[in-house]
Design a protein. Structure first.
Length: 125
């Protein structure tokens, strides 16, 4: 049976591995809590946007006479832009930079290729 320094070394390694596992578990717990918090914030935003959308639609119906059928038809038209009725807005290709004509990537304030300022539509994604 091993004794002396070997036993202390093995015990030290086991303690270090245990501490490392505990630290990893704590980090995972903090990350899970962060994800839950972010998810709750997104759900609140979705609910708020739903209420705003419903309020705006109510105003349009009351003040301009639009019907639910017209809205449904318009939503389906937008959904079908890509040829699929799937509940998703079709992605448009990235617009070109007005200076270098390369595609604007993401929602950056400047072109990643030439540095020219970019102006995207609020509907670009």
């Amino acid at each position: 049976m091993p004794t002396g320094l070997f036993m202390i070394g093995a015990a030290g390694r086991m303690a270090a591995e245990s501490t490392k596992a505990q630290t990893t578990g704590e980090r995972a717990g903090r990350m899970a809590q962060l994800v839950r918090t972010q998810n709750e914030a997104i759900l609140r935003d979705v609910e708020r946007l739903y209420m705003i959308t419903e309020a705006l639609w109510t105003i349009l119906k009351e003040q301009h006479g639009y019907t639910d059928e017209e809205l449904i038809h318009r939503v389906e038209d937008i959904d079908l832009r890509d040829g699929k009725l799937d509940g998703k807005v079709a992605r448009k290709p990235n617009p070109p930079c007005k200076q270098c004509n390369r595609p604007i990537i993401g929602r950056h304030a400047v072109c990643l290729y030439c540095g020219a300022p970019t102006r995207l539509s609020p509907f670009d994604r």
